[in-house]
Ligand binder design. Structure first.
Ligand code: FES
Ligand SMILES: [Fe+2]
Length: 356
């Protein structure tokens, strides 16, 4: 029997700082779709892994990432999103950088003896493409092609070959009063689905399956006729939801044409920003099935917000001692909390050897 993580891991600012370093400072984090920065010169600012960064599409078509801090006296370089005409010019004293991050000019720099612009490039952030999305990583040594990452990329593309062609048609941005792990754990079990989700209506847990892979999982409904077979990638139909380590949800809509992606950025031990984006092809924006799906998803997410914020308050209570995970022998049973246990094992491993 496995037990949940200690409650201090959800409430302590010191522990939060440790996870930002050891989890979010090391993992590859999907942050946007390639279409969000399509075209040379386009840029996008965001916070990922606790760092303010920006992505820019350079003239050669490459997506580059940089910390959003000027090397002179640290002013933020860019805000929001847009298109750069030429250089990235700091709004404070006008140091100007090329799209490759090199310092091109600084007002009056010729008057300073020994000033060498080559010594002040912007600090880069690693980027990689992932099923049409852009990932970033703050760890210079993290492998880009780990088995888990390429595995889930392959499955997502089998599930939805149009993924690289989609674009964002709807965004919802919310700060949830819960630790990031509380939110992920809630997503990783359907033990609560027929209790806490009135919006699901009559929910038949017996047809729900949850398949775990290395650093990802997938859950959804398996048709009754095939339910006794071992669940595998291809047996889930209709609504299908994925989790990717550490903080991403992917969900394919009922119509199997659009995707919802929820990005989670931890803000504090008890606060997490969720950016939820619906991606679809151009001609699907007015689709009725898609509108219905969005409405249902809004309701489901609202129910989940209420659950995770309540759990977070309970985790702050000295009266909470920690229970046990309810895991079925069938590792793919939809109601089982086995993937919660696997996720918690991953968190423990990420922190292994670091001071507690
Ligand atoms: S801080 Fe950017 S130019 Fe001075
Ligand atoms: Fe839920």
């Amino acid at each position: 029997m496995r037990h949940p993580l200690p409650r201090s891991w959800y409430t302590s600012p010191d522990h939060f700082a440790r996870e930002m370093c050891e989890v979010f400072g090391r993992a590859w984090l999907p942050v946007c779709h390639g279409s969000d920065i399509a075209g040379p010169g386009s840029y996008l600012t965001l916070t990922a892994g606790g760092e303010e960064i920006f992505l820019v599409h350079d003239r050669s078509g490459e997506i580059r990432g940089f910390h959003n801090a000027c090397q002179h006296r640290a002013h933020r370089l860019l805000d929001g999103a847009g298109t750069l005409k030429a250089a990235i010019t700091c709004p404070y004293h006008a140091w100007a950088y090329g799209l490759d991050g090199s310092l091109r000019a600084a007002p009056r720099m010729g008057a300073i003896k020994g000033f060498n612009p080559a010594q002040y490039p912007l600090r880069p952030v690693r980027t990689a493409s992932f099923a049409g999305f852009v990932m970033i990583c703050h760890d210079d040594d993290a492998p880009e092609a780990s088995a888990g990452l390429r595995d889930i990329e392959k499955h997502l593309l089998v599930d939805h070959p149009d993924l690289p062609q989609l674009h964002a048609i709807r965004r919802r941005d919310a700060v949830m009063g819960a630790n990031w792990k509380t939110i992920i754990e809630n997503y990783l079990e359907c033990y609560h689905c027929d209790v806490a989700h009135p919006s699901f209506g009559e929910f038949d847990l017996s047809t729900w399956k949850h398949i775990a892979g290395p650093a990802w999982s997938r859950q959804g409904r398996v048709p009754a006729a095939r339910h006794n077979q071992a669940a595998s990638h291809g047996t889930i139909e209709g609504l299908s939801a994925w989790w990717q380590w550490p903080n991403i949800f992917w969900a394919r809509a009922f119509d199997e044409k659009s995707f919802v992606v929820a990005y989670h950025e931890p803000l504090a031990a008890n606060a997490t920003r969720q950016v939820r984006v619906v991606y679809a092809l151009d001609d699907e924006e007015d689709d009725t099935a898609l509108r219905d799906f969005n409405e249902l998803f809004d309701e489901v997410f609202q129910e989940d917000v209420s659950v995770v914020e309540s759990v977070q308050r309970g985790l702050s209570s000295r009266g909470y001692r920690g229970g046990a995970l309810i895991e079925d022998d069938d590792a793919s049973a939809g109601w089982s909390e086995h993937v919660v246990g696997d996720f918690q094992t991953m968190v423990r491993s990420a922190l292994e050897g670091t001071a507690s």
